[in-house]
Design a protein around this ligand. Structure first.
Ligand SMILES: *Cc1c(COP(=O)(O)O)cnc(C)c1O
Length: 383
């Protein structure tokens, strides 16, 4: 196997779920997001570990992601958070995947598919747009849409949901917008009840809200990134500790590789495309067989992202290539050829930076770093 690999610590994932559960009332359900191949960690093993640790629901973005779980024998409820195309609707119904619906046309597609397949009772969740501006009906329309679902005869409203736009911002603006959205959501739920329909399981809390706002948990929470060991942007560990809401999350993914070559460089020798790095003095340059085709992106070059070897961080020389990058091991190089190189992850694997550290250096969020690790990198699952 390639030395470049992603270790996936399923034990850490379970630890994170148990930590998250400590913030919930015993009756609150948990829907773990395993969309995008479990944020790059590997959907099936992560889904199984999440269910073993006490998750009740899983969520995916696409129909194919749901089918991958079903084909692996996973029987838990699966919410499909994004919209599928009309030609996927029958397959969603046959796979028993629960869609978010919110308009007449889409509801009709599911009802017709159920009729065709002879399914008498199919669960859907109603998505409400309370301010995210992505999918959902307006809170004022929720009662009417719930009636439309009921009048189909073969659809059942199993739940009602919304999604927050600013819950990971701790500013006054962020807090008050989330509160505004939450109140809109409560209004939508009341509108559904007032037409005599049970809204089912009500859920709105993503990772940030799960940790920061217990009053918004309702019947179920929908954490994603915290399950994989990263805090949601500004709802950071420091912020939560300052609020007395500490949870101990551990990164699930460690990205590692090796030093595949070490060569002496005399002062003035260049390394990499564009000759953007030049040895300022005599040194040793190591090659690490990971590049942007692995998700070790070119924009991680020249911005302070480092590579750890034997407990020491080394700077990347110039630009990251497609399949390799070079690191400056210094004149008094202690690293040996084939030593392990650690890109990010759990400190117990020798990582000296996290996906969050890289995200801060490169202007993104940890989600994009772990999701970006490409298929070429084998995932090695460890308990
Ligand atoms: C991805 C997603 C989540 C989980 O978000 P995190 O910020 O990772 O917790 C929850 N709900 C919906 C609708 C999502 O799309």
């Amino acid at each position: 196997m390639r030395a470049t690999r992603a270790l996936i610590h399923l034990g850490n994932l379970k630890n994170n779920i148990i930590e998250i559960k400590k913030c919930l009332k015993p009756e609150t359900k948990m829907c773990v997001a395993v969309k995008a191949d479990a944020y790059g960690h590997g959907a099936v093993p992560c889904a199984r570990a999440a269910l073993e640790a006490g998750a009740d629901y899983l969520s995916v973005a696409t129909y194919e992601e749901g089918v991958v779980l079903r084909n692996a024998g996973i029987a838990s409820p699966i919410l499909m958070l994004s919209l599928c195309s009309p030609d996927e609707v029958e397959e969603v119904v046959s796979a028993g995947i629960t869609p978010f619906v919110f308009d007449e046309e889409y509801i009709e597609l599911f009802s017709s598919a159920c009729k065709k397949l002879g399914i008498k009772k199919f669960e859907v969740h109603l998505a409400v747009d309370t301010g995210m501006g992505r999918i959902g009906c307006l809170p004022s329309e929720a009662g009417n849409i719930a009636l439309k679902i009921k009048n189909c005869g073969n659809l059942v409203l199993g739940g009602t949901a919304t999604h927050f736009a600013l819950s990971d911002c701790v500013s006054e603006k962020g807090k008050s917008y989330t509160k505004f959205q939450f109140e809109n959501f409560l209004e939508a739920i009341n509108n559904i009840k007032s037409v005599g329909i049970n809204p089912g399981i009500c859920h709105c809390a993503n990772s940030a809200t799960t940790l920061d706002s217990p009053d918004m948990h309702l019947d179920m929470v929908r954490p994603g990134i915290i399950v994989y060991g990263y805090y949601a942007d500004e709802v950071s560990k420091e912020y939560l500790v300052s609020k007395g809401k500490n949870v101990e999350l551990k990164p699930v993914m460690t990205l590692e590789s090796c030093v595949s070559s070490i060569r002496k460089f005399e002062k003035g020798k260049f390394a990499g495309y564009g000759c953007r790095w030049e040895a300022k003095s005599d040194t040793n340059v190591g090659v690490v067989p990971i590049g942007y085709a692995d998700g070790w992106f070119r924009r991680f070059s020249e911005c302070g992202v480092k590579v750890a070897v034997n407990g020491k961080n080394y700077p990347i020389c110039g630009r990251i290539c497609m399949d390799q990058c070079m690191i400056d091991l210094g004149a008094d190089c202690t690293a040996k050829r084939w030593d392990k190189a650690v890109l990010f992850g759990d400190s117990s694997d020798g990582a000296l930076q996290t996906a969050d550290d890289i995200a801060h250096l490169t202007g993104t969020i940890s989600y994009e770093i772990t999701c970006g690790i490409s298929k070429r990198v084998p995932r090695v699952f460890v308990q």
